[in-house]
Design a binder for this molecule. Structure first.
Ligand SMILES: [Zn+2]
Length: 90
């Protein structure tokens, strides 16, 4: 397990849940789904995703992407809207 410390308050982060889903967005909407782990700061409660699988578990070119996305939305999932949030739906 990697060690992570919150730069804001100096508390250590701990793994809150292994195997959550990340939904990656582009300008046209969601296009990739990754598995990752959710970490939480024991001080301020900040949450981050880390420990990503090297490859997406599903991509928009794959048949059944829409169905997979609907299933993932029933589980614990988090969006990735890009570095500047540029892909966040308006
Ligand atoms: Zn913190």
């Amino acid at each position: 397990m990697p060690k992570m410390v919150c730069a804001k308050d100096g508390y250590e982060l701990y793994p809150e849940k292994n195997g959550v889903y990340e939904i990656v967005f582009a300008d046209f909407g969601p296009y990739q789904i990754y598995r990752a782990d959710l970490w939480r700061c024991s001080g301020c409660g900040a949450e981050i995703l880390a420990g990503f699988a090297p490859q997406a578990i599903f991509e928009i070119e794959h048949d059944g992407f829409k169905e997979c996305l609907e299933k993932v939305k029933l589980e614990r999932h988090y969006p990735n809207y890009g570095r500047a949030g540029e892909y966040k739906p308006k």
